[in-house]
Design a protein around this ligand. Sequence first.
Ligand SMILES: CC(C)(COP(=O)(O)OP(=O)(O)OC[C@H]1O[C@@H](n2cnc3c(N)ncnc32)[C@H](O)[C@@H]1OP(=O)(O)O)[C@@H](O)C(=O)NCCC(=O)NCCS
Length: 178
Amino acid sequence: MKYKILEKNSKAEVTSLFTSVFTSSEGENEGRLIGGLVSELSSNIDNEEIICFGAYEEESLIASIFFTRLRFSDGILVYMLAPVAVSTEHQGKGVGQALIQYGLNELKNRSVAIAITYGDPSFYSKVGFQVLSENTIKAPVRLSMPEGWLGQSLTNEPIPTINDRPTCVREFSDTVYW
Ligand SMILES: CC(C)(COP(=O)(O)OP(=O)(O)OC[C@H]1O[C@@H](n2cnc3c(N)ncnc32)[C@H](O)[C@@H]1OP(=O)(O)O)[C@@H](O)C(=O)NCCC(=O)NCCS
């Protein structure tokens, strides 16, 4: 497996991967919704606000993840992992965990302090995420599933309490994703 930092020119293959994975796992509407989100995110990859990683096997994209910046007034570097997709035929073989570890290491190399995600704790706890209280770090938008708000420190320090509410990238501003 080869890992790559993806650029805007990967938009078509990344969008097609997410659309087909989410259509298979969650149905046609969710496939269309997440495909639309990924099409917008991948059009705007800039490696700062929006970072995208991919895993390839024999030149074909089998998994991809996005990290987007959550901006706090004090400038602390915090990124949110979402969405994540592993092609249907490669699921359950460790590909998702390996790609997320690769992405988290890249963020550490960039001196990022905290990674956040919003999803199933039983999967994301395998790659170091723990339940995060909104008293510690607030979500940018009201959460429909607060128990899915997860975080991990990427430094030797514990996650600090931050009082202000962050802003997310424009692509995630629709409450349908939260
Ligand atoms: C969820 C997903 C990213 C996991 O990647 P993966 O490569 O299949 O997972 P891995 O092989 O690295 O890890 C497997 C472990 O995660 C667990 N797991 C896999 N998919 C899971 C899911 N949807 N929910 C909860 N746990 C899950 C498995 O139980 C397994 O645990 P075990 O090793 O103790 O049996 C992938 O299955 C996927 O793309 N699913 C469809 C889309 C999706 O749900 N994306 C995540 C939300 S954004």
